[in-house]
Design a protein around this ligand. Structure first.
Ligand code: PLP
Length: 379
């Protein structure tokens, strides 16, 4: 048997499909095998020493993940993509793969709580770690002066939807560090951070890329040289996406643009409606942008008591963590996604303790409006 086809070639992508009786399946098979039978020792050695084998041992890659990564790279316009078992596995891989002992990781002050907790904990593993304000270039300068080698930002930011100026950030970093953007809240093609100059874009694919609240996954995309280094870490940490979830995620990519556009449109209508309701004190949604995403965060007038009552009164919108599914979900950031932050930090992050975060799905606007209307109370 000859060596495996090279990374990304059509032969390589076909690794999971089998032509029989003159026909081939339109969608790929799920290949769950954990090992492959080789013709002879030379073939085993060729696979073992191949840079990116997809049919050798699944921790190194498997046909389903290879097909997914190739499609994701096209969607993200990246040189290469790499799939992980969760968004956090992907985010944590970046400092572990790219930093040496004592080198610095800078993470945005406003980001998903898990990323915040990771940044805080990295010092335990021998890295220096700094929190900075991603909306202040002078604060970025401060951390760059400390010898930071990886800068992590999130845009739009969970749960306020604030948008980081990625181009200005990249210009200020000026090649001194790898810039990684968590683009979970606005999937491609609505946002492509790589086109704004960042080196890596990471997604919790559990959210909009997966889109159906049925898989946990993460993806990193960017320059091949960086992705290759991340892949080495993935082999050691073992946190890659399993075949069934890789299959589901690849399937979901076909509809991500349709879903994201529809959810974006409904979310904007929900945000506008909430902003005009006297029972609502504040709405967080980037109405000034063409694509603001599908998260709408709002603060009912009347503080925490009003928030709890509104939340508990929802009938159609589900009270659930996570986001990005086809069904609308409501969560309370201070209890869930942002629980890693101290009590005094929420206002600094731009939202109140009584904020409710909506992840808008594919229901008609009227259904969501009527549910919110009956749930909001006068206080
Ligand atoms: N990044 C953002 C913006 C998120 O909202 C989340 C999860 O809520 C994550 C990363 C972590 O992703 P996962 O839960 O897939 O590990």
């Amino acid at each position: 048997m000859s060596a495996l086809p090279p990374f990304g070639t059509p032969e390589w992508l076909d690794a999971g499909t089998h032509r029989a009786n003159g026909v081939a399946p339109v969608t790929p098979h799920v290949s769950r095998t954990t090992t492959w039978d080789f013709a002879d020792r030379a073939a085993v050695r060729a696979a073992m020493f191949d840079a990116s084998p997809g049919t050798f041992y699944p921790r190194y890659g498997h046909p389903g993940i290879i097909a997914l990564e190739a499609e994701m790279a096209v969607l993200e316009r990246a040189e290469a993509s790499l799939a992980f078992a969760s968004g956090m596995a992907a985010i944590a891989a970046v400092p572990h793969a790219l930093l040496g002992r004592g080198e610095g990781y800078a993470y945005a002050a406003a980001c998903y709580g898990g990323t915040h907790a990771l940044g805080r904990d990295l010092a335990r593993f021998g890295f220096s770690s700094y929190r900075f304000d991603a909306f202040s270039l002078s604060d970025l300068d401060r951390v760059l002066d400390q010898g930071v080698r990886v800068v992590h930002v999130e845009s739009p930011v969970n749960p306020t939807g604030r948008v980081v100026d990625l181009e200005a950030t990249v210009a200020r970093v000026a090649g001194r560090a790898v810039v990684c953007c968590d683009g979970t809240l606005l999937p491609p093609p609505l946002q492509r951070p790589l086109e704004m100059g960042v080196d890596l874009v990471v997604h919790s694919a559990t959210k909009f890329l997966g889109g159906h609240s049925d898989i946990l996954a993460g993806i990193v995309s960017g320059k091949r040289e960086l992705v290759t280094r991340l892949e080495k870490w993935r082999r050691l940490s073992g946190g890659l996406l399993a075949p069934d979830d890789a299959w589901l995620l690849r399937r979901s990519l076909a509809t991500v643009e349709l879903r994201a556009r529809a959810e974006n449109e409904t979310a904007r209508m929900v945000a506008e409606w909430l902003a005009n309701d006297a029972r609502v004190e504040r709405v967080h949604y980037p109405l000034d942008r063409e694509f603001g995403g599908a998260l709408v965060t709002f603060e009912p007038r009347g503080g925490e008591e009003a928030m709890t009552r509104t939340y508990d009164s929802l009938r159609r919108i589900r009270r659930a963590v996570s986001l990005g599914g086809v069904e609308s979900l409501a969560s309370i950031p201070i209890d869930t996604s942002h629980v890693a932050y101290g009590d005094d930090e929420f206002e600094k992050l731009g939202f109140g303790r009584h904020a409710i975060r909506l992840s808008v799905g594919l229901e008609p606007f009227e259904v969501l409006r009527d549910d919110l209307d009956q749930a909001l109370h006068e206080f």
